[in-house]
Design a protein around this ligand. Sequence first.
Ligand code: UDP
Length: 412
Amino acid sequence: MLQHVAVANKSLADYTHLVGKDLIEEIYALAEPLKGLRVAHLSATAFGGGVSELLYTLIPLMRDVGLDADWQVIYGQDEFFHATKRMHNALQGDPADLSESEWATWLGYNELNAQQLQGDIDICFVHDPQPAALYALAAEKAKGWLWRCHIDLSTPNPATIERLLPYISQYPHSVFHLQDYVPEGMGGTVHIVPPAIDPLAPKNMALSPDDAAYVCEQFGVDIDRPLLLQVSRFDPWKDPDGVIDAYRIVKERFPDVQLALVGSMASDDPEGWEFYNATLSHAAGDDDIKILNNFNGVGAIEVNAFQSHADVVIQKSTREGFGLTVTEALWKAKPFIGGNVGGIPLQLTDGESGFLVSSPEECAARSIELLADPLLARELGRRGKEDVRKRFLSPRYLRDYLRVFSTIVSEA
Ligand code: UDP
């Protein structure tokens, strides 16, 4: 019932020219004593969302350095995913906790998966709250256990976290993006490891300016006029309305400016569509605002093209776990403006490698500053990219996990 996910091959050596040979050699040295280690990753889905994006790179790289890494998707039906979506929202602060029957559904599917999980695992690597009860239910099936939290747990719904805590706090090891996200009462050893992007994946590989412009032109962008961009799901916490408000202020100073809001939609997420329509109506038919989604054919390469072509990239979130879109934009050496929340300030220094803002007005003022001063824009973009090179590319992520695995193995 647990589905094994097939992944491509990747070679760590291919990343040497991007991250330097010291890091690559450090990784080989760390991996040497871990050769053959059976690491089973368990997650809720293989499609969409940050977790699967990370695993499609991480699993091949773990295998390339000699680990016996495997990825399985847990079994669940609609009722389970409805309950876990509510859990996800509540853990990020939504006042609606799960009902008794939703909690029972969550636990029931965890029990099913716990029975199905094949033993003989050295490290069971459990991602996010959906399968979080597995350790409590099947601890004997692996020698080591690790829970990886990919969400922002800084201000959870108190009732929800209280109910989840007994399951997650028992894990001997856990990993969070930021210290701020570690809930009170977490037991075991807590590791802090922020995520990273794959510079060789289609979304982040180098695209020539001409190719990027060509793709954007297909979507109706006038490539000779300035473009502001936000890439993100249509979700209130990403504040697309605030981006539109900022764009309107910028337009008073730069009447030529255009805005693209690029966001992916899940076909089975009615709330997402409602919010998408609300964003459309906030744009009020302005032809210079392009609102695009994956149903218009925007995939990884197109996101790359928009990020590579835009004059200013914005991520005006009011809540943000980490913000892979931030890393992606910085990696393309784009001048970047982000909401001063969650994982965004971790990724840039205000005024040096981008700007942090807290309102549409500030966002507009910084956009105007960047459009008026291309030298400043280039300088910030370049520093942002160098920061990402040192801190947020996949090999660093792999290295940090290998360090955690070394600790787990030495304890065993
Ligand atoms: N993304 C995409 N197409 C879209 C919108 C988003 O591929 O139309 C990707 C985006 O490039 C990033 C991920 O989805 O890799 C979103 O991750 P992030 O951490 O920014 O936000 P989340 O959606 O997890 O809150």
